[in-house]
Design a protein around this ligand. Structure first.
Ligand SMILES: Cc1ncc(COP(=O)(O)O)c(C=O)c1O
Length: 516
């Protein structure tokens, strides 16, 4: 798609005979095209304009009143309204919009609600919504040419600046944390492999390549390792200490053991914010070890990396800037509309040569042959060729609000989690079950005199009822074999009373169940 540059030529440059031919062809084409006037543009632009304005107004009203807007689990009637046979002639734009209003929006996952703290899910924003609309309007599908290229490049530069990642690194926007990690690990594998993986594949490897991460690492890393052909057995899950951080002695020993077995330890993965409890590995220690062992250092900073812009918690991610590759999301803590993540890689040539089309890579004589544009071209730095012009929303949001706004939001989320933790600590029947380090708190209802299995059962019911009756959205997890409830706060709409509501609901539901 982007392998050539078109050469434009003036009509004056065409010869007479060429012009005659052209005219004849055009007449024939016109004749043939006459009956075909089908298009996706509206027949009546005015009514489309009205519908569009209504959609914008409705959605803004929804977001403005998001606290009171109805929200629920889809009913049978709703599902029947959605799952219909495809009509032959279409039902019309207005009618389909009514389906959205009636059966989709009110029964969608309530991620825009102020009391949504499940998984790690960003809450979007009105201006982000508009940016998405503009992108779709221009049908932005590439980020290598024209203004789009400058926008993508600028966003990567801003991200590096915000999180103090070295300016010389390159980067690419991708669909989210999973793809960002995959992209980083692909470069790690190709750079460290003892054969030319690009041509021989992993089939040419004579030694097993092994990677190391903590047992609190997100499972998307395992998927990446599988898809990279390394086999999930190559990923060594290292135990964590009581703070849910990778145990460095166990890590050193695992690397040593692999060396003794003539395996090839090639990559250490650090967590900047584990999904379960928001814990941070000692990234400087991991960087030191990786350096000493001549290994690649990859950091999954999908949501936690943004502590770098907080006032009080930046130190948690110290050492992150030493990563060879880094995965960070913008749809989580930055609340940008889904989906948008980012991979940063220090060795730009390694990044480029991992993803550039195989046959093109053969002609790479040296880094000097490459123009900066090629190294910045996102089509050479990730899996997708056609790309959603995803950098537009990041560009517009970052430029509109500036770094301070995002710093304040990240700080606010951390402070709110500290407030929630305090509320939990004050309740005799509640207990905190993992260290509270950043924007995640794990806890459970634990009335006196109950056995561990009873507590687990009770909390599972609380979890179900919370999401079904109160719609306070938290998730559950298991750390070191213990079942617990978990609130992860990347929500810019949450307020003090929402955390009080959560604690009261947990107490209320727990108290009612514990009685029986
Ligand atoms: C630490 C961490 N890494 C990676 C991911 C995967 O990111 P995504 O859902 O954007 O693919 C998540 C998702 O929650 C995560 O928390």
């Amino acid at each position: 798609m982007f392998g050539y540059q078109p050469v434009w030529r003036n009509d004056e440059q065409a010869t007479i005979s060429e012009m005659n031919l052209k005219e004849e062809k055009e007449i024939m084409l016109q004749e043939r095209l006459k009956p075909f006037e089908e298009t996706l543009d509206p027949a009546d632009w005015e009514s489309m304009r009205k519908l569009g304005h209504r959609m914008v107004d409705d959605m803004l009203t929804y977001l403005q009143n998001v606290r009171s807007e109805p929200s629920g689990i889809p009913t049978q009637k709703t599902i029947e309204d959605i799952c219909v046979p495809l009509s032959q002639d279409g039902e019309g734009e207005e009618k389909v919009y009514e389906v959205f209003q009636r059966s989709i929006l009110p029964y969608s996952w309530p991620v825009t609600k102020p009391w949504f703290w499940g998984f790690v899910v960003g809450s979007g924003s009105p201006y982000g919504m508009f940016a998405e609309m503009l992108r779709a309007g221009m049908n932005g599908c590439q980020e290598a040419l024209f203004a789009e290229a400058a926008v993508h490049k600028q966003v990567i530069s801003w991200i590096k600046g915000m999180i103090d990642f070295p300016e010389e690194a390159g980067g690419v926007l991708v669909s989210g944390g999973s793809e960002a990690n995959f992209t980083g690990l692909a470069v790690a594998r190709n750079s460290k492999a003892e054969v030319e993986v690009k041509t021989e594949g992993v089939q040419g490897l004579r030694r097993r390549m092994t990677l190391y991460c903590s047992d609190e690492t997100h499972h998307c890393l395992e998927r990446s390792v599988e898809l990279l052909g390394l086999g999930n057995e190559a990923l060594r899950w290292i135990p964590t200490d009581n703070d849910c951080r990778i145990n460095l002695d166990a890590l050193r020993k695992a690397i040593e053991d692999d060396r003794k077995k003539n395996n090839h330890p090639f990559c250490i993965i650090g967590c900047a914010g584990t999904v379960n409890s928001g814990a941070f590995d000692d990234l400087n220690a991991l960087a030191d070890l990786a350096e000493r062992e001549n290994m690649w250092f990859h950091v999954d900073a999908a949501f936690g990396g943004w502590v770098k812009i907080s006032n009080t918690h930046k130190h948690l991610a110290d050492g992150m800037e030493r990563a060879d590759s880094l995965a960070i999301d913008l749809h989580k803590w930055m609340c940008m509309p889904y989906s948008i993540g980012c991979t940063l890689v220090k060795d730009r040539l390694a990044h480029y040569s991992t993803f550039v089309y195989g046959h093109e890579a053969k002609y790479l004589e040296s880094a000097l042959d490459l123009l900066d544009d090629q190294l910045n071209n996102p089509h050479n730095l990730a899996l997708a060729l056609s790309r959603n012009f995803t950098s537009l929303k990041a560009y517009m949001l970052l430029r509109a609000y500036g770094k301070n706004k995002y710093s304040n939001l990240v700080q606010q989320n951390i402070d709110q989690i500290n407030y929630l933790s305090e509320l939990i600590r004050r309740e005799p029947d509640l207990e905190i079950t993992a260290p509270v380090v950043s924007n995640v708190v794990c806890f459970r209802y634990k009335p006196k005199g109950m056995t561990e299995p009873e507590i687990e059962k009770l909390n599972k019911i609380i979890y179900d009822q919370l999401t079904q009756i109160s719609f306070a959205m938290i998730t559950d997890t298991t750390i070191k074999g213990k079942y617990m409830l978990r609130a992860c706060n990347v929500n810019h709409r949450s307020q003090k009373q929402d955390f009080e509501f959560l604690v009261n609901e947990v107490k209320k539901i727990g108290g009612q169940i514990a009685k029986y």
